[in-house]
Write a protein that binds this ligand. Structure first.
Ligand SMILES: Nc1ncnc2c1ncn2[C@@H]1O[C@H](COP(=O)(O)OP(=O)(O)O)[C@@H](O)[C@H]1O
Ligand SMILES: [Mg+2]
Length: 325
């Protein structure tokens, strides 16, 4: 068996407060194979983004790494220097975020920003880098790339800006693409185009993806394996098809039930989709026992008292629930 491309082991992230420090993320472990698309899903505030930031070495105070290992291609990187992480980002790890406007430099033409990747990470000359930037824009299906390379970010639509981000993220052929809510700011038709483009390019180049979204439907469509996070912990991990067909954690069941199903929209008419009642607790207020218990329809005494372990399912996969059987 070959070693996975990325292994996150027992990750613990601390949030420093005025009086005390709290664990924002605890015991998070997952592996992503070469070329594999892996999904991380959960409602807003569950700890997906800070997990991704930890992998990229971009955690900032009041958050910090409090434990665990992050192994990229056999190399432990959780203690890597800022300079080493800068080298890895861009060259080995590409990143796409929700809002490309904040990741792009508003004062620099997009072609130049893509070209910079080749100059910084591959020592290309500016002339060569600009040619490659134009080619990179062509690959992400930006029309008239020879003209578009001179555009500033604000001259492009949201969807085009996200294409530019994809071009930048994949410019140096990274082994891993981290996409954190890459289409959440876009309208639905553009969302699908961007997801298809990402999936197509990554599969052509053999790039692995860590796909992060609050949208289980989107993640499950694109990924082989999916981990569901709730309140700083992974509560379930299964292959994508099994997550849909047999969600084992009540939280995952809630996420599945809240998805619009094909053909059901007409039937339901204007009826609202079932939502999970309640909200994700803040870090300082994680409940004792199972963190989902205050919102869980199946909670019993043990759920309020004892935190369940992540348990292997007989058919494969993992679930953190006292009542999964
Ligand atoms: N810079 C920060 N300072 C304080 N709390 C933060 C910071 N960033 C994130 N958090 C908290 O950490 C938790 C997880 O956040 P995040 O990873 O952004 O969630 P998600 O991406 O799943 O929506 C949330 O409770 C959020 O409020
Ligand atoms: Mg987030």
């Amino acid at each position: 068996m070959t070693a996975p491309l990325l292994r996150v082991e027992d990750l613990r992230l601390a949030l420093a407060g005025d009086r005390a420090s709290h664990d924002a993320v605890e015991g998070v472990s997952f592996e992503i194979g070469r070329g594999e698309a892996f999904g991380l899903v959960g409602e807003s505030g569950c700890g997906k983004s800070i997990t991704a930031l930890a992998v990229m070495g971009l955690l900032r105070a009041p958050l910090s790494l409090a434990g665990g290992r992050i192994v990229l291609d056999g190399q432990e990187i959780q203690d890597a220097s800022a300079a080493e992480m800068r080298r890895l980002r861009g060259k080995r790890i590409g990143m796409i975020f929700q809002e490309p406007m904040t990741a792009l430099n508003p004062l620099s033409p997009v072609g130049r920003q893509i070209a910079e990747m080749f100059v910084l990470h591959e020592g290309a000359s500016w002339n060569e880098a600009m040619d490659r930037a134009e080619e990179a824009l062509r690959q992400v299906h930006v029309p008239s790339p020879e003209r578009r390379i001179r555009d500033f970010p604000h001259q492009l639509s949201g969807g085009m800006r996200q294409r530019v981000m994809i071009a930048m993220a994949l410019a140096c052929g990274p082994d891993l693409l981290i996409a954190d809510e890459p289409t959440t700011a876009l309208d639905v038709t553009v969302q699908a185009e961007i997801i298809d483009l990402m999936a197509e390019l990554c599969s052509a180049k053999g790039t692995a993806i860590l796909m992060i979204s609050h949208d289980l439907g989107l993640v499950a469509n694109m990924c082989r394996n999916v981990a569901v996070m709730y309140a700083g912990r992974i509560v379930e991990r299964q292959p994508a098809d099994a997550i849909f067909a047999h969600p084992r954690h009540p939280y995952t069941q809630g996420l599945v039930d809240s998805l619009p199903r094909l053909g059901e929209r007409a039937k339901r008419g204007r009826q609202k989709l079932r939502e999970i009642a309640g909200v994700v607790p803040s870090i300082a207020a994680y409940p004792s026992g199972c963190r989902f218990n205050p919102r869980c329809p199946a909670a019993t005494d043990i759920c309020r008292q004892v935190a369940p372990d992540l348990t292997a399912l007989p058919a494969g996969g993992l679930v953190r629930c006292h009542h999964h059987g």
